[in-house]
Write a protein that binds this ligand. Structure first.
Ligand code: SF4
Length: 443
């Protein structure tokens, strides 16, 4: 259990000097107990008190780095159960398995497939981060060989074996890349902890119950391994319960034995169920999610779930407010506007692209809100649109004076025509209809 505000208060200088930015030492103590302020904000605290309070100031879920140098995945150190309270900070890793019992050709093919699981969504690159090398063969040399081949991709590594000798052989090949070693169990904990400690690698622990996992994590810590990941893999229902219980225990009870980021291996053999389970684990607190599937239609929903849950709900994702040229535009190309809410903008952009009609799209500043939200909040009106047109000197870009507006705001066409002097054409309400509209109406 962590220290209470009063326990912390007893260790403070009690001068109420306000140097920490708080009105009193008691206020500082309360903030520290809630992990809302850092200990070093009080310059007058004694070394002895600092030592005692260091534990209280430590994050309830430890931050664990996997990988070396600039190629790193940091997981853990989350502070909330719910994203609407505060954004989640460290996006989970998505790993795809690579079995070491594949023949050379199949191994290379699988690695190439994993390497190419990269996509662009709403203007952002998303990709699989890790290869989970599985010691299915049970042989040390095959495991080391597969780890080496996976390591050459530059992707982060998770090495999975319960055999400490095989783990040592693989670490000899790729230890410098600081892979996550998986897994220490009650049967191999001493040997596995030694491999992890010697190689300075993070180590995952696995056991049958949360109590046993907590015990094992403490044992690994006592053996000198600080960076610990807890394996909560199970069927969907059990894993979801474990993920929720451990997050609650760490955040609400400051139960440090479970204050480590979790890894979950998706277990269902059904390819659709795998996607469902993986997305669930992404959304509910997993630090790393490991899947067997490699089809883009399976990976994209998982990466999309990650992208969504780790954005800040208080800050809509926006594109730059400017004039975008889609295709080989010229002075006669159509011009349409939409808002700078990235989901809206990229939907419009991809449908314009699909039309194959070169078109200018003006992204109007609506503080990242969608067309109807912006209009109803008066962030989108004739003056805002006119200003956006002037900012990009639209009159100098095209010869015609026609502006296509979203069908949802047809109501503003009269005022916009008066404000700008341009002819207003009401476009479709749904962006999916843009290709037909541009082909039939514009051309
Ligand atoms: Fe108290 Fe330290 Fe804050 Fe001063 S800086 S009010 S001594 S906690």
């Amino acid at each position: 259990m962590g220290l209470t505000g009063l326990d912390i208060f007893k260790l403070l200088p009690k001068t109420n000097c306000k140097k920490c930015g708080q009105p009193t030492c008691l206020a500082f103590a309360m903030m520290l107990a809630q992990k809302k302020i850092e200990l070093d904000k009080c310059p007058d605290i004694t070394e002895e008190a600092k030592e005692k309070l260091a534990g209280a100031a430590a994050p309830p879920i430890r931050l664990v780095d996997i990988g070396a140098d600039e190629k790193k995945l940091s997981i853990g150190q989350e502070t909330q159960l719910f994203r609407h309270d505060e954004k989640f900070h460290h996006p989970c890793g998505v790993a795809v398995t690579l079995s070491d019992d594949l023949d050379e050709g199949a191994l290379k093919e699988r690695i190439d497939t994993i390497k190419n699981l990269k996509f662009t969504r709403v203007g952002t690159d998303i990709a699989v981060d890790m290869i989970a090398v599985m010691n299915k063969s049970g042989k040390a040399d095959a495991f080391a060989k597969a780890a080496k081949a996976a390591g050459e991709t530059g992707l982060l590594l998770l090495l999975s074996s319960e055999n400490a000798a095989a783990m040592k052989a693989a670490v000899a090949e790729v230890g410098a890349q600081r892979p996550l070693l998986h897994v220490a169990t009650a049967g191999n904990v001493d040997d596995m902890a030694k491999v992890a400690k010697d190689a300075k690698c993070p180590l995952a622990v696995k056991a049958g119950s949360l109590e046993e996992i907590a015990e094992l994590a403490e044992k690994v810590k006592a053996a000198g391994v600080e960076n610990i990941v807890i394996d909560l893999s199970a069927d969907l229902k059990t894993a979801l319960q474990s993920l929720t219980k451990t997050r609650r225990a760490a955040l609400k009870k400051t139960f440090r034995a479970l204050g480590h980021p979790p890894v979950t291996f998706v277990q269902d053999p059904d390819p659709f169920q795998q996607v469902l389970e993986a997305a669930t684990f992404v959304l509910k607190y997993s630090g790393i999610v490991v899947v067997d599937v490699t089809e883009p239609y399976q990976i994209i929903p998982i990466l999309t779930a990650r992208m969504n849950i780790y954005t800040d709900p208080q800050k809509p994702i926006q594109v730059e407010c400017k004039l975008y040229a889609v295709g080989d535009v010229n002075e006669n190309s159509p011009v349409m506007f939409t808002t700078n809410f990235s989901l809206t903008y990229f939907s419009v952009e991809s449908d314009v692209e699909a039309s194959r009609v070169p078109t200018y799209i003006l992204a109007v500043d609506t503080e990242g809100t969608s067309v109807l939200t912006a209009y109803s909040g008066d962030k989108l009106n004739e003056k805002v649109v006119h200003k956006a047109m002037q900012n990009v000197k639209l009159e100098e870009v095209v010869k015609h004076r026609k502006l296509i507006i979203p069908g949802h705001v047809a109501v503003m066409s009269g005022k916009l025509e008066e404000e700008t002097g341009w002819e207003i054409l009401v476009g479709p309400k749904e962006s999916a209809v843009i290709p037909t509209y541009l082909k039939q109406i514009w051309t």
